[in-house]
Ligand binder design. Structure first.
Ligand SMILES: Nc1ncnc2c1ncn2[C@@H]1O[C@H](COP(=O)(O)OP(=O)(O)O)[C@@H](O)[C@H]1O
Ligand SMILES: [Mg+2]
Length: 362
């Protein structure tokens, strides 16, 4: 018998297999090529810094075997939407041996790291419920807020969870008044003070999450913070290397001169508000645009070259802007206020892909 997850997986497999047979061989090949490119992780120095902070959390937890661990048990990872927080943390969790699931000797799989998204809109009761379910425990019947939190803590201990990651933590801050924020801060602190259980937590979200931290000095003293800051012109070299890596190494295409000079990199940083993940998504979309135009009007193959024009097409397709507002087209690109639509549309497109709604830039 399938459980719900297996059922959904089966349904998705069937739907995708049906979709694939209805596509042309060329379209299928393109979809697989872009899926391969999308699956590649791009590491930077930020990952080293994040790993160092997680080293501290892990070391602190391990120290609990020989007495009271240090009190810095929380790591806040903040950055604007599209800066790459979720992807970096997901990658780190998947690759750190300390977080790897293991067999406890009786055939039960233990997951030392539990990671889930904060629900929106967020109430504390709902947060605990989502957490309880994430430990694999179905909830029947109603629970009061304090009962839900007690059960969540029991479940964390009962499932031998030492590390907890909650993403999209800004949902906790949005629209909540100071009293509610204090209550939330107290609840998070209580997670860090479970008796005889040295839980360590990573909370990530947009910079307003800091409001939540600022609210409580005690919590601040128990926390470390890492910011996924926007890329600025000073990071042009890094950004340029990322573009080159995706186009040449990942996609096996050529990068034209007008899409590799310094001015181009500045345009790209400007168009994406410096959000690292959005930069990657835009370059991948430009690559896909070139794939979609792999033949000329007579059906003859043309060389795959990513140019400034590929980026202009992507920008216009995702923002719907007029040519005079296209950051990749006009001379005075730096006076254009970049469209927020770009990041939003790119996120939506990635989501559509995941659920099987295809769509490229024509
Ligand atoms: N290091 C990375 N390597 C490859 N792709 C990345 C990386 N960081 C971000 N991305 C891409 O950018 C998108 C947006 O990043 P995401 O992690 O969702 O940002 P955030 O969580 O800060 O809003 C991701 O879905 C992914 O496609
Ligand atoms: Mg995210």
């Amino acid at each position: 018998m399938f459980n719900d997850d297996d059922d959904n997986q089966q349904r998705l497999d069937n739907a995708l297999s049906r979709l694939r047979t209805s596509m042309s061989g060329q379209a299928r090949e393109r979809a697989d090529r872009i899926a391969f490119i999308n699956s590649l992780y791009i590491g930077t120095k930020r990952d080293d810094k994040l790993n160092e902070l997680v080293d501290l959390l892990v070391g602190n937890a391990a120290g609990a075997a020989h007495g009271e661990p240090g009190k810095r048990r929380a790591l806040f990872v903040i950055g604007e939407s599209g800066s790459g927080k979720s992807t970096a943390i997901r990658h780190l969790i998947a690759n750190r041996i300390e977080f790897r699931p293991y067999d406890d000797g009786s055939g039960q799989t233990i997951r030392p790291m539990l990671s889930f998204d904060a629900p929106s809109p967020l109430t504390l009761k709902l947060l605990a419920k989502v957490g309880i379910e994430a430990t694999g425990y179905p909830i029947f019947g109603r629970l009061q807020e304090n009962e839900a939190w007690d059960l969540f803590k029991q479940r964390l201990q009962g499932s031998s969870v030492l590390f907890l990651h909650i993403d999209e933590m800004q949902h906790a801050v949005k629209g909540n008044n100071p009293t509610k924020l204090q209550h939330l801060a107290d609840t998070v602190k209580s997670l860090l003070q479970i008796r005889d259980w040295p839980l360590h937590i990573i909370l990530s979200g947009v910079p307003s999450v800091i409001d939540f931290l600022d609210h409580d000095d005690q919590l601040k003293n128990r926390s470390m913070v890492m910011e996924f800051a926007p890329q600025t012109k000073a990071a042009a070299e890094t950004v340029s290397a990322v573009v080159q890596r995706i186009v040449e190494k990942h996609a096996g295409m050529r990068l034209s001169k007008n899409a590799s000079d310094e001015e181009f990199v500045f345009r790209l940083i400007h168009a994406t508000n410096g959000a690292f993940g959005t930069i990657i998504q835009v370059v991948r979309a430009a690559v896909e645009h070139v794939m979609m135009h792999a033949t000329d009007k007579d059906g003859e193959p043309v060389p795959e070259v990513v140019s400034l024009n590929s980026f202009a097409e992507v920008y216009s397709a995702f923002t719907g802007c007029v040519p005079a507002q296209n950051v990749f087209k006009v001379k005075q690109w730096d006076i254009i206020v970049p469209s927020n639509a770009l990041a939003r549309m790119l996120k939506k497109r990635e989501w559509d892909r995941k659920v099987g709604i295809s769509g490229g830039v024509k």
